[in-house]
Each structure stands twice: as C-alpha cells, then as structure tokens.
Design a protein around this ligand. Sequence first.
Ligand SMILES: *[C@@H]1O[C@H](CO)[C@@H](O)[C@H](O)[C@H]1NC(C)=O
Ligand SMILES: *[C@@H]1O[C@H](CO)[C@@H](O)[C@H](O)[C@H]1NC(C)=O
Ligand SMILES: *[C@@H]1O[C@H](CO)[C@@H](O)[C@H](O)[C@H]1NC(C)=O
Ligand SMILES: *[C@@H]1O[C@H](CO)[C@@H](O)[C@H](O)[C@H]1NC(C)=O
Ligand SMILES: *[C@@H]1O[C@H](CO)[C@@H](O)[C@H](O)[C@H]1NC(C)=O
Ligand SMILES: *[C@@H]1O[C@H](CO)[C@@H](O)[C@H](O)[C@H]1NC(C)=O
Length: 212
Amino acid sequence: MALRLFVLFILLMNNTGLCAEISVFVKTGALVQLDVQTQEPEFLILFWSNEKLENIITYVKETKSVRPNDIYKDRVDFNKTSFSLTLKNMQKKDSGLYKARTSGQSEISLVIYRVTVIDEVEDPVLTVNSSWSSPQPCSFTCNGSNSFFSSVFNGSSCSPEEVTSADNHTLKLSCSEDSITCNYSNPVSSKTVVKKVNELCAPKQFCIRSEL
Ligand SMILES: *[C@@H]1O[C@H](CO)[C@@H](O)[C@H](O)[C@H]1NC(C)=O
Ligand SMILES: *[C@@H]1O[C@H](CO)[C@@H](O)[C@H](O)[C@H]1NC(C)=O
Ligand SMILES: *[C@@H]1O[C@H](CO)[C@@H](O)[C@H](O)[C@H]1NC(C)=O
Ligand SMILES: *[C@@H]1O[C@H](CO)[C@@H](O)[C@H](O)[C@H]1NC(C)=O
Ligand SMILES: *[C@@H]1O[C@H](CO)[C@@H](O)[C@H](O)[C@H]1NC(C)=O
Ligand SMILES: *[C@@H]1O[C@H](CO)[C@@H](O)[C@H](O)[C@H]1NC(C)=O
C-alpha cells in the first residue's frame, strides 16, 4: 500500500513537473528552439502543436518520417535525435502556446511553452532639462520609447536608479563622477547610451566664459 501511494505520488509529481508552462521570449525575426525536456521519451508518434492545436510537425518513430504542416513548411526544423523543434523568422503573431505530446500506449504531454515574440528596444535618449548652475544640480531625462524618467545629478550620483514597466521594459541609470549611463532593456535586448557629465551637464558659467 505504501509503495503504491509512493508510485502514485511520483507520477503526480512528474505530471505537474513536465506540464508546467515554460516562458520563452523571442526577438522578432529570430529563431526559437523548443526542447522536449525529457530524456528518451517512449512513443510511437510525436507531435508539436500550436495554440490553435494545429500540428506543426508529426513524427513517426518507426519510419523516422517527419511530416511538417504546410503553414510552417519553409521555416521549421525538427531534430530526429533530440526531438526539438526549431521555428525560424518568428513574428509577433506567432506568440502563444506550443506543446509537444506523444501517443503510443497512451497520450502524454511532454512540455508546454509560452512563447512571446517582441521587438528589440530602441536606443534610449538622454537629454538635459537644465544644466548645472550651482547650487542647482543638473537635471536630465532618460527616455526609453515607452517609459522615461527624469533625474538629477548632484556631482556623484543620481536617482531613481531603475524602473520596470508592466510590459517588462527596464530603464536603468548609473552615474559616476564623469559619466551618466542609461540602459534600456527588455527580455530580448538591451541598448545603452553613455554621456560625459561635462558634455550633458556643462555648467552655464563655464560655457559663457569659454565663449569670451
Ligand atoms: C540534434 O540533436 C542532437 C542531440 O542533442 C545534437 O547532437 C545534434 O547536433 C542535433 N542536430 C542538429 C542538426 O542540430
Ligand atoms: C524634464 O523634462 C521632462 C519632459 O521633457 C519632464 O517630464 C520632467 O518632469 C522634467 N524633469 C524635471 C526635473 O524638470
Ligand atoms: C520619449 O520618446 C517617445 C518616442 O521616442 C516620445 O513620444 C515621448 O514624447 C518622449 N517623452 C519625453 C518625456 O521626452
Ligand atoms: C549626492 O547624493 C548622494 C545620495 O543622494 C549622496 O550620498 C552624496 O553625498 C551627494 N553628493 C553631493 C556632492 O552632494
Ligand atoms: C513579463 O515577464 C514575466 C516573466 O518573465 C511574464 O510572466 C509576463 O507575462 C511578462 N509580461 C508581459 C506583459 O510580457
Ligand atoms: C544593460 O542591462 C541589461 C539588463 O540588465 C544587461 O544585460 C546589460 O549588460 C546592460 N548593458 C550595459 C552596457 O550595462
């Protein structure tokens, strides 16, 4: 009895473990490789399917034959050793759930992926609001296209240092004595702009004097 419970417990663990959704972010136009996450699965037929439950590929183990769906024909690779699926030239409309399942003595779900296709971030833009005019610190704005913040530089540091928007874009600021760095990133990319403090925050007095 104890042994049977134990076996049942392992099976339950395996099931929940294997069918947990794996989140993957992909850059627009890039490829994504999805693995079955299972060592040597036993099956007769293996399917990779999309959110609409269309089979992307159907693989028959005995004949080692791979049948790709016409919709994906030109941009899909299937590895007959690892059973992984590679989709090329991913577009935003390809975002969604992807699932590997096998059939044989019973139907088994091997893995489910939640794939999100997003664009690379654009370069952030660092602009100055007001230059240094002691005792006022230099105030500037770092703008990532869908979030921005303004900050002040007091000669050695600046704040806030980091904001993350609801759609997973992060703006990060770091200041040293001679440079200001703004880093804009999302799960697939990051861009950084660095400016010299004396270029961005040039004290007004210094400018006037140098013009004389
Ligand atoms: C297929 O997967 C195997 C095992 O992971 C790997 O050694 C092999 O290089 C892969 N083949 C291709 C064409 O990627
Ligand atoms: C700096 O300028 C931006 C817009 O250009 C504004 O939203 C922000 O509040 C300004 N910051 C300060 C500290 O004046
Ligand atoms: C930040 O950049 C975006 C797009 O580049 C622009 O629409 C927006 O007005 C800018 N915001 C500020 C505060 O400069
Ligand atoms: C600038 O601000 C930081 C933190 O707010 C502080 O630790 C530092 O002493 C300040 N520096 C100057 C020169 O005021
Ligand atoms: C942000 O990322 C988390 C995990 O990394 C994900 O669960 C969430 O759906 C993402 N949000 C958006 C809007 O993409
Ligand atoms: C910018 O931030 C991203 C995400 O935290 C990080 O991976 C990257 O190395 C940073 N780039 C620079 C130049 O600091």
